[in-house]
Design a protein. Sequence first.
Length: 355
Amino acid sequence: MKALVLSGGMGLRLRPFSHSRPKQLIPLANKPVLVHVIEELRAMDVTDIGIVVGDRPEKIADLLGDGSELGVRLTYIPQEAPCGLAHCVAIARDFLADDDFVMYLGDNVLTSGVADIAEEFRNNRPAAELVVHKVADPRAFGVAEVDAEGRVLRLVEKPEHPVSDLAVVGVYFFTPAIHEAVAAIEASARGELEITDAIQWLVTQGAEVTARTYSGFWKDAGRVEDVLACNRELLDRLKPSVCGEVDADSELIGAVVVEEGARVVRSRIIGPAIVGAGALVEDSSVGPHTAAGRDCLLSGVDVSDTIVLEGASVRDVGPVRASVIGREASVSRSAAPEGPHQLIVGDHSRIEVAA
């Protein structure tokens, strides 16, 4: 089985961060979302992976290379414009050939994995198998109507009156039957080839389309609040490890990772938290669910539930909560009155906050 990972799109909901990098490269627990996806595919024993890339393919290629460091083989498939998920299948036709494949949206985070569903697909080989997740408000999702045996009867996009609470997650398993379906459909009202239309075509033609429920943590890391939620979930799985330097005046509590080349000086860190390689944390209080990226600086700060991207510096501010601070950004204290801060700071920014 091959994999098709979709990493195009504009990332409008993640601006300003997606101005300078594809949204799939936003780090969660100091590891890009796309790397988490590839690791999940490898856990399914899928190592031949095509990646559909958009307007900044070099950013993804520079990070992942040929995939050998991650134990996979990567093929990059350019998409000139975001024309729908089924369009991605169409342009990947040569790569996919006549193999079964899993299509995985590159900004989806499923921390419990779907290796069991992949194995079931391999054994049974329906024309399509959808991964679904029970949600409180199905009106915001594509919804699968499923019978008692797990057969998909109908797909409805954002129904006003849903008859099911099963949202379609961004992971799909297909046999080559999907190619005929993609060729048979036309663009939707928004001008895109919709994968839901292709799957519905299979259902209408009498092909076997099934759904299997995933019950673990799932989010589309497409908004800042979702990125922070994913970061918290992944950090909760950390195992403590100290490869950097921690001085005698510092205290680490709980699951804290200090990567090689990082230094912790006169500081208190409560896990789960991670300090990236080459970073310096000094005279600071770092609370749970904080990910400090490579080569960043935290000096004289009180910070928790925050992502600090590589090369950023945060000095003499606090409390900082539920924030994302972009690459090479600088946040420091001003003479304004003190107050709590929530910071959504893009790459290479400079911010002064209340003293």
